[in-house]
Ligand binder design. Structure first.
Ligand code: SF4
Ligand code: SF4
Length: 139
């Protein structure tokens, strides 16, 4: 299969997986070290959503590491925008948050599926991506 065809297939799987997904709003995926990396267009979008000038947004909600901008992590380990399992900037949340839990590597690799499955209770019942897409539970 050519590279273009593979990408097309993977995109179709991604869309299907996302359409089936039912988040349990547990908030687990918004907790972790390091914060979420922001691209420039995401900084602009979130600043605009919060009605803040870019510099105010950066100063209040972000930190810079090695020339890259990340959303600040609170003392409890949760992202600054996480509240009771929900995202305060849901409509403009950055790319990693939009893709989770269906990052490309986990669509193609069983060990990565297991990592996501162990982190996300909405995936826990499914032994594999195929099982998930077919709605087969492990129990
Ligand atoms: S931006 Fe929203 S979805 Fe992403 S980690 Fe923060 S609270 Fe969670
Ligand atoms: S870990 Fe899974 S179920 Fe929990 S909030 Fe994140 S996506 Fe939703």
């Amino acid at each position: 299969m050519g590279k273009e065809k593979k990408t097309e297939t993977l995109n179709a799987v991604y869309e299907k997986a996302l359409a089936l997904f039912e988040c349990q709003v547990c908030g687990t995926c918004c907790r972790g070290e390091g914060g979420i990396y922001l691209q420039e267009k995401e900084i602009e979008a979130i600043s605009a959503y919060l009605q803040l000038p870019r510099e105010s947004f950066l100063k209040t909600y972000c930190l810079e590491k090695n020339g890259r901008i990340y959303i600040h992590v609170q003392a409890d380990g949760f992202c600054h925008f996480a509240r009771e399992g929900k995202c305060l900037i849901h409509s403009v949340k950055p790319s990693p948050c939009r893709q989770w839990p269906f990052f490309r590597p986990m669509l193609t690799d069983q060990p990565n599926w297991e990592v996501a499955r162990n982190s996300c209770p909405a995936l826990a019942p499914y032994r594999s991506l195929d099982d998930y897409l077919e709605g087969i539970r492990s129990d």
